[in-house]
Each structure stands twice: as C-alpha cells, then as structure tokens.
Design a protein around this ligand. Structure first.
Ligand code: MOS
Length: 690
C-alpha cells in the first residue's frame, strides 16, 4: 500500500476549527436550528413494563388551544416497514418495556406539549414482566452471531482438560454494570416535511446512515430526504443508529406539513429510549504453568437483550486474540428480557470484554507470585491466536514497558502500603481496540476561490473531524492546510459511513486521499475555479491479510480510605500504539476522554435497574454519577510513534474507543493492591471494599 509521502499537516497539533464557535455558542446544534414558527413535541411513555394499551383519553388534550396534534397507536400513520421493532413507533398497542413510546403531543410551546402529554390518561392491560438478568435464566439462548459479525462461540483445544492439568488456575465470575450514554447534548431533532420532502436537523453520528434508516421505515426515496448535522454534543455510540425518537419526530412532521417541529428528549427519557451498555456476567477461566505460560483461556458470557430487538454485545471477542494459549473457548448467551433495547456505548464488546479477562490476569499473576506486566509479556502471541493472521503491527509489549517506566511501576512493592488514613495501591491492565475501516465512503474535492474544499457527509461528535480531515486533505494534495476547508455533516455531501467503531478518520480520510489523487490526476497542480473530483475508499487497498488492532497499557494508582472505604484514583497513565497520530491535540483529548469514561465506569456510573418495575431507578444526572474534574487526578495519555503500513494510506488506527478499554480493570487491580480486597463487579463502591 502506498504511503502518504510527506506528512506536513499530519502530526501537527492544530487547534479545533470548530472550537471558537462552540465556546461562543454560535455553533448551531440540531434543536437550535433556526426555522420559522416551530412547533414542539413531547412524547408519552408507557408506565407499565409489559402488556397492552387498551385506551388513551386524548379528547381534552386535543381540544386545548395551542395543541396541534396528539399521535397515538390508534391514529398514527402506518409505516412502510415495521421490521425493526425499535423503529415501529405507534404501530401497535403492545408495550414491550417501561418507558416505550406510546404517543406524542405537538403544541405551540414546549411547556404546553409537556403538560398535555403528562396529563393524558392511559389504560393498560398489564402482564407480569421479567427484567432480571441471571445466569440461570430459562430463556438463555445463543444468538446466530454477536455484534460486528463475530461468531457467537469459538473453541480450540480442550479447555477443561487444560484446566485440570494446569499448575495454577483462576476461575471466577465478573460482572459489568448497565451503563447509559449521557452526551451533554440530548437526542434532539428539528424536522420539516414540505412538498413531499423531509429535512431532519438531527443530532447523529452519521447523516447518511440516519437517512437510510428513516427512508426504510417511512418508505421514502433518499432523494427526498436531507439530514443535516454540523455539530454533535457527544454521542459515544448512542447516536450511531437513530433511535425511536427520530421516527416519532418524523411522524409528527408528516402530520403537520409545512410546519417545522422540534423534539428534544429529556435526560430522563434518554434512560429508556436511546440505548445502554448491556450488563454482562463473565465467567473467566485461566490455566497456566508455574512460569506463567497460559495453557487455557475461557470466557463464558451471559448478557441481556430486549425481547423485541436483539443486541448481542461481543464481550468475549477480545479474549480471543489478546494472549497466546493452545486451549481457548469463548461463548455468548443472551437473556431476552422485557427491558429497553441495548445499543452501542464506547467500545461496545471490547470495553466490558477487557474487564473480566484483565482482572483475571491480575488474579493469576497474584497466584503465581509474578509481576502482572511480566505475565502479559510472557503470553505475547506471535500471530493472532483467533485467525492465525500476522499482526499488521502489535506493540503491546512496548506499551507495557513504557507505561511501567513512566508510572514508576518498579517501586510498586507488595501492596497495602498505608499513608496516613489512606491505603495506596498500583494496578495495571492492557487495552485493545480493532482497527476498522468501513467499506463505503466517498469524498469530493473542489477548487473554488483559490481554496480547496473537501466535501464528505462525515460527523464530528466532538472528536475533531472538522480539524483532522483538512490535515489529511492538505497532505494528500500537497498544499498548506490553511488553504483547505472541509464541508461535513450533510447528506448533500458525498456518502459517508457512521462515526463509529473508531473508523471515521480511517474511512473518510482514505476517501479524501483518493479524491485528492483523482483531483491531481485530472487537473495537475494548477487547477481552475470549479474543478472538482471525487474518490471512494479504495477497496482494492483494503488489507485482509493482517489482524489489525490498536494496543495500549494503562496504569492506575488507587487510594482507599482505611476507615470509610472512599476510593480515589489520583493517577492514571496510558500508553498506546494506535498507528500514526494525525493531530496530537485532538488525539490526546480522545484518549484521556476514553480513560476518564473508563474511570467513571470503574467508580461511579451505574444504571441501577429496579427489576420489580422494570426501569432504571437513578435515571437522571443527580443520581447517575459521572466522573467529574474533581474525581480525576493526573491523567496522562502517551503514544508510541507507530506507523502501520497495512491499515490505510495514513498509517493511522482509530483512537476514539481504545482509551476506555482496560481502564476499569486497572483500577480494580489497583484497589486490590491497596486493600487486598478483590472486587469482581463494577462499579467499585466503598461498600465492596470495607
Ligand atoms: Mo462507537 S460505540 O462505535 O459510536
């Protein structure tokens, strides 16, 4: 694969091009879109966890001045496709989970819409529901595959025999909690249906995938639908697919032709409607000889899905490739429950899947009396154990060594060191995330008014796409980055893949490089105003011969108050090998953002599901605790100067998600080193260490 010959803009710590507008409040988000005379929506949600709506009394609401429409399952338009049960809003009176959408009020003001929606009397035929995840759930089943197209189960060799023969074994069950994405900008849309065409200003991680989903559900021609989204106030996966609110607001727009309508979910509504990280129960088995060479690795995962739409988190997948062992087994089983629909949350699969295995490795190191860093190094595989393919590049050992050195790991000592009232401990874990590139994206490059403009329907959800895509375009064109603009976040630009799976920069950047080559091929270095060329992701250059992953190592210091059990993490250091870094400034933000979210998972975030009523009890930011500045001490992200020639023409791997993988395990391992208490379920709260 050809390399970009002279990176000049790539590698520079350029400031965010959208930063000033965001800080000044002049960047327009979906709900703020300036439309004429908007109407406002407020949903009606089911207050039972399972059953059927038998009646909704809407007469009084409809008669009120200022109420424009009341949509219910009894009067809503019939959708073209109801195949996806999440999107089939108001198509039936069945209630599959508490909080499901059963109606919508559209009114002249948001206050009126909310007041009226809350006042509608709903009658139900209620049934007993089942919303409790447990390993002996009678409905447990093996899905056909798990997410991202991975096989549900894998097996090689004989784990049971290897465990029986191993000199040292670990066999424990670990649990990761239910978690909810809480981007600061809620899921919000402004929608306008006019002359048979639809415009959605929607907060989304991908305008084209968003449009495709809406067109499918409503049976619309893509030519007649435009999705616009220049800025996103965070997504983390929750805006990777549209959720039911997007279909509902589209329905409202179609009910009121010519009138723009707005729907912003409340924070509480998001806890029912916009997905969550499914809780997981992971039985881990490790067998090794006295020198720490693994002979067996097994992970058996039980996790939940909603009954109406399968979501199979690929939790067991990282255990397939992290360490060498002749005997390996991974399985996934799903418990179908009467619960809201799980979805993507930063590093779905790898994030929960690097918890059990990385704590189990720490437990094995302890049982062996071996340093946990050395244990990992001792089990470094030459090739991908799962596929047998060579690595495109794998610098885990280098990350472990550099991280240990930066952290001062060698001074770690035997643990339970006391400083005043505080017990101090050090822990570590590995990180991993696959390097993915989506197959389809197109970019075009136009020369206009002496400037180059790269157009692509990409999304910047706070990650830096506005800033790094011009860097890639500039180097591909061989011009100064100051002479390059990008235009993103609109379906009027060429088709772009979702900002998900840490694949955005890889995918869109590859298309931009291709467009630049086409442009230069057509017009040379002296273009005229109006010259334009486009390029696609080069399929032929997509490497399938190598296993491509970013790797990392994270080191944490935990301090646990000896009397109260209060847990603090004053130091967190990560070292990553993620290919060429396009922009150190935005990359560092991505990595420490991931690590902070991992710290949050370790200590704070927890969607407490009340199985009696089938809902998250702490469904607001007052009770759902997210790590804030005061909870973060020193947090550092470093990286190796890695250039991977196989992944794409930039040599860059993804960095959006790897930062959150392994963090919670590093913290748990540090807490154990501090206290001697091994916490196997997240989050680590003080009651668990006392
Ligand atoms: Mo990310 S959870 O792949 O949007």
């Amino acid at each position: 694969m050809t390399d970009l010959l002279t990176p000049r803009a790539i590698g520079q710590s350029l400031v965010r091009r959208d930063g000033v507008d965001k800080v000044r409040g002049t960047a327009t988000y979906a709900f703020e879109t300036d439309v004429e005379h908007p109407a406002y929506c407020h949903p009606v949600q089911a207050t039972i966890a399972l059953g059927r709506v038998t009646a909704m009394d809407t007469a009084a609401a409809e008669a009120l001045d200022g109420v424009l429409a009341v949509l219910t399952p009894f009067n809503a338009e019939r959708l073209a496709s109801t195949e996806d049960a999440e999107y089939a809003v108001l198509q039936s009176t069945e209630v599959a989970f508490r909080g499901q959408l059963i109606g919508l009020v559209v009114a002249e003001t948001s206050e009126l819409a909310r007041e009226v929606a809350d006042g509608i009397t709903v009658t139900y035929a209620e049934q007993p529901h089942d919303s409790e995840l447990r390993t002996d759930h009678p409905g447990l089943y093996a899905p056909e595959q798990v997410n991202a197209g991975h096989p549900t189960d894998t097996a090689e060799g004989d784990v049971d025999a290897a465990m029986a023969a191993a000199e040292v074994t670990v066999d424990h069950t670990y649990e990761t909690q239910m978690l909810h994405n809480n981007p600061i900008e809620p899921h919000a849309t402004t929608a306008l249906w006019e002359d048979g065409s639809l415009t959605l200003w929607d907060s989304t991680q991908g305008v084209h995938p968003d449009r495709a989903a809406v067109c499918e559900v409503f049976g619309l021609d893509e030519e007649r639908v435009r999705v616009v989204c220049p800025y996103v106030g965070g997504g983390f996966g929750s805006k990777g697919n549209p959720h039911a609110n997007v279909m509902l607001v589209t329905m409202a727009a179609r009910a009121l032709p010519g009138r723009p309508v707005k729907l912003a979910l409340t924070r509480q509504q998001m806890f029912f409607l916009t997905g969550y990280r499914t809780p997981t129960i992971q039985r881990m088995q490790l067998g090794a000889d006295r020198r720490g060479r693994l002979s067996a690795i097994a992970i058996d995962v039980v996790e939940q899905t909603s009954k109406i739409k399968e979501f199979a988190e690929q939790t067991g997948v990282p255990a397939r490739m992290m360490y060498a062992s002749p005997n390996r087994r991974t399985t996934h089983r799903l418990a179908p429950l009467d619960v809201p629909i799980p979805s993507w949350m930063r590093a779905p699969g790898e994030c929960p899947g690097m918890f059990g295995p990385e704590v189990a490795m720490d437990e094995l190191a302890e049982a062996l009396g071996m340093d946990p860093v050395q244990l990992r190094i001792a089990n470094e595989p030459d090739v991908d154990p799962d596929t047998g393919k060579p690595w495109s590049s794998r610098h885990l050992v280098e990350c472990l060594r550099e991280g240990a050195q930066r952290f001062g790991w060698d001074s770690r000592g035997p643990g339970r060191r006391r400083e005043g009232d505080w017990l101090v401990g050090h822990g570590m874990a590995s990180s991993v995330y696959p390097t993915m590139r989506q197959a389809t994206s197109t970019a075009s490059i136009r020369f206009s008014g002496g400037r180059y403009v790269a157009e692509i329907g990409a999304a910047d959800l706070g990650t830096g796409a506005w800033t790094v895509l011009p860097q890639i375009a500039a180097d591909a064109l061989g011009v100064d980055v100051a002479d390059v603009d990008v235009a993103i976040g609109d379906t009027r630009y060429p088709t772009a893949s979702v900002a998900g799976g840490s694949s955005g920069t890889n995918t869109w950047g590859s298309a931009i490089v291709q467009a630049a080559r086409e442009f230069r091929g057509k017009y040379g270095t002296d273009p005229q105003d109006g010259d334009e060329a486009s390029g696609d992701v080069d399929q032929a250059a997509m490497d399938d011969a190598h296993a491509a992953y970013a790797f990392g190592a994270q080191f944490a210091e935990a301090r646990v108050n000896a009397d109260t059990g209060e847990i603090r993490v004053p130091r967190l250091i990560g070292v990553f090998a993620a290919g060429r870094i396009i922009n150190p400034r935005t990359a560092r933000s991505q990595l420490i953002g991931g690590m902070t979210m991992g710290l949050s998972m370790a200590l704070h975030e927890d969607s407490v599901f009340d199985t009696r009523i089938g809902q998250v009890a702490n469904h607001d930011l007052a009770d759902y605790h997210i790590t804030v500045n005061a909870d973060v001490g020193e947090i550092e992200a470093h990286w190796l100067d890695e250039h991977d020639p196989y992944v794409n023409v930039m040599g860059a791997k993804g960095i959006g998600e790897i930062g959150i993988t392994g963090t919670a395990a590093a913290v748990v391992n540090a807490v154990h080193h501090a206290t001697g208490v091994r916490v196997r379920s997240l989050p680590v709260t003080l009651d668990k260490v006392l």
